[in-house]
Design a protein around this ligand. Sequence first.
Ligand SMILES: [Zn+2]
Ligand SMILES: [Zn+2]
Length: 389
Amino acid sequence: MTVINSIADRADEHRGWRHELHMHPEIGYEEEWTSAFIATRLAEFGIEVHRGMGKTGVVGVLRGRGDGTRAIGLRADIDALPMQELNEFDHASQNPGRMHACGHDGHTTMLLGAAQYLAETRNFDGTVYFIFQPAEEGGAGGKAMIDDGLFTQFEMETVWGLHNWPAMPAGEAGIHSGVCMANADSFEITVTGRGGHAAMPHLTVDPIPCGAAIVQSLQTIVSRRVSPVDSAVVSVTIFQAGSAKNVIPDDVRIGGTARCFRKETRKLLEDSIREISESTAALYGCEIDFEWHAGYPATVNHAAEAERAAQVMETVIGEDNVDRDVEPSLGGEDFAYMLEEKPGAYIWIGSGPAPAEGMLHGARYDFNDEVLPVGATYWAKLVESELPR
Ligand SMILES: [Zn+2]
Ligand SMILES: [Zn+2]
């Protein structure tokens, strides 16, 4: 491990920031405390600060030595999740129903750590934009920043992201030359029949058997319609109906998520879910209302940038510890929007081992502080290598 000394020397300070962020989790577009914390740190380092992009996003601007006009962007996500933390340590969440269960407190800290080092050393030629993005967890904060002028107000050639990965041991990293995270869309189906007395089903149109049949039939999409060498998932996660044991309800609400890597498969999933729901409803004499919510597109790395990111990471954690052939994930990631606009790469930094209940989005998750200097060093070296003097 070759962590930059002056970053390693600040391990206590960085851990302090991370714990403070962990104690004050805020969900998408509510990151007021968090963005103030970030802006204060950046200003302390002497970095120019722009607030309010994408509502609660923050951009720091740092120019290196020399008069180079090249520029790159480094992105960290800053939001937490709407869930109750079950950890009981001192830095556990102080905001009920809010938790940093995805490690964005760690991502924010690592980028701040790099900003602090780079502001002191400025051993690069060009401009670095530190992009602190809100609302990664479903709110498309990355897109909100782009729509607000991220790439027009701040011209940059490339953009770079990372995520901690508890399934991979600390000291290792994984990167993909192409697709790394999935399209993540969702659907909502309301099945409407005609309710009535449970003892007189013949006088009703019962939506429950119809809803159950829809759920069963949706299971055949991935097994029978998607190519066996392709990857996709359709998960029904909501099935709500009824309020009394002796009443057949009027309707059933079904919801879930559909994910895959390829555009063609994305279309196939949407068409199949709609068609199966409609035809099954017709079979049972029910009506349906079908809503499709397009979520994040697939996150696709640019091969040349992914290779350069891998080489930089190798200088931090060693050649044998960067896996260029790691399996992609069917999770979603809104850094996808930035990679649709600019070349760049997104790397997974191992942060395990983690217990089963301490994986990403688990109520006992906590970012592994050992990874802080690794991530901060990666960012710093990436800047020095992409914008050499
Ligand atoms: Zn997450
Ligand atoms: Zn995350």
